[in-house]
Write a protein that binds this ligand. Structure first.
Ligand code: FAD
Ligand code: NAG
Ligand code: NAG
Length: 317
């Protein structure tokens, strides 16, 4: 009998955890995914896909493993990922540790800052190269693989963890913001993010500052952003959209001719740090938590998925 594993959640975190588990065990596990929403209707699908690992040692390692994974994905010739270079203008000089993972990192000279600055808060600047990964394309790629490996996906909301009974040997909890209700974890909070996808092919560098960003995907730019803590509203706010467009047009004047492709909003699963650990639940079923990735879930997903697979191994052998 193969070991039965259930993964709760089908955002980038759940789907990649399922794949990493299958790859670690070959044919000895049967993976079932249960999720209320599947791609393209998850928070992950809204994400801009900029690779920007979070602060801290653990996150830096997850980021490093994720970047290696993205390089392989690019080298296979897949759509929806690539290198992007651009400017990060700062009001206070910042040089987070994860910049070690980036390429071509260069502190801008005073004269470059003067040339690029568009607002008083653009006092310092960096130029660097990172990557983007379009979540919807990538989730589709991973989903095909997990289905080929024999996974089942069931679309259903779990109201209470007891509903799973004794059907599974291990539970992997990748429910993002859903963990707040499902696991009574009040330390996870929504951080609402609204963005605008536009077409403007002549813009080829990203531009970020304290309040705004223009990022690059295969066929569009992503203009952001809002960070509204504890706001659950998933409707598009016209005023925020106007502010996002105006702010980015000041930073990159040629955006004034951009065509709007879509407006999107999502709730980042915000937590002071990612919860990635195992515990023993009711009925002695081991539970592995992998949630609370905030604004960095795309950037950390593969490192976290590999750690989940290791935790499953430590339980089963
Ligand atoms: C506007 C915006 C821009 C972003 N940009 C970036 C970026 O550039 N780079 C980056 O790294 N990150 C970015 N993020 C953050 C990123 O989107 C998240 O960190 C990531 O999507 C979290 O993935 P997840 O799989 O945990 O959550 P989700 O994608 O929300 O998936 C959760 C899954 O759990 C399911 N679920 C929840 N509760 C239940 C339940 N009770 N029963 C059954 N299923 C349940 C859901 O249906 C869903 O399938 C951005 C976020 C937003 C909103
Ligand atoms: C996504 O949501 C839309 C709108 O609610 C729905 O019509 C569509 O079937 C959903 N897609 C999937 C794959 O569940
Ligand atoms: C069923 C179960 O073990 N749920 C746990 C999930 O995680 C939260 C947060 O750590 C715990 O409070 C729950 O007991």
């Amino acid at each position: 009998m193969p070991t039965k594993i259930v993964v709760l959640g089908a955002g980038i975190i759940g789907i990649s955890s399922a794949l990493a588990i299958q790859e670690a065990f070959d044919k000895d596990v049967q993976v079932t995914i249960i999720a209320e929403n599947v791609s393209p209707n998850t928070t992950s699908d809204v994400a801009a896909g900029l690779i920007e690992p979070a602060e801290g040692k653990r996150a830096k390692e997850w980021g490093r493993l994720t970047i290696n994974r993205i390089k392989e994905y690019i080298n296979e010739g897949n759509l929806g990922a690539g290198e992007i270079s651009g400017y990060w203008m700062q009001s206070k000089q910042e040089h987070p540790e994860w910049l070690d993972l980036m390429k071509n990192v260069r502190v801008l000279s005073n004269s470059e800052v003067t040339e690029i600055a568009k607002r008083p808060q653009h006092k310092f600047g960096l130029f660097y190269t990172t990557w983007y990964l379009e979540p919807t394309r990538y989730i589709d790629y991973c989903t095909k693989k997990i289905m080929e490996n024999g996974a089942k996906i069931i679309q259903r909301k779990i109201e209470n963890i007891d509903e799973l009974g004794n059907d599974f040997d291990v539970i992997v909890n990748c429910t993002g913001l859903g963990s707040r209700v499902l696991f009574n974890d009040e330390t996870i909070r929504p951080c609402r993010g609204q963005i605008v996808r536009v077409s403007c092919p002549q813009v080829r560098h990203f531009f970020m500052d304290d309040d705004y960003y223009t990022l690059i995907n295969d066929n569009c730019l992503i203009l952001g952003r809002t960070k509204d803590m504890d706001c659950w509203d998933l409707t598009i706010d016209k005023k925020s959209a106007d502010k996002i467009i105006e702010g980015n047009c000041i930073n990159i004047p040629s955006l004034s001719n951009a065509k709007i492709v879509s407006h999107n909003v999502g709730l980042r699963p915000w937590r002071t740090s990612v919860k990635l650990e195992k515990e023993i639940g009711k009925n002695n079923t081991p539970i592995i938590h992998n949630y609370g990735h905030g604004g960095n879930g795309i950037s950390l997903h593969w490192g976290c998925a590999l750690e989940v697979a290791q935790l499953v191994k430590s339980i089963l052998v």
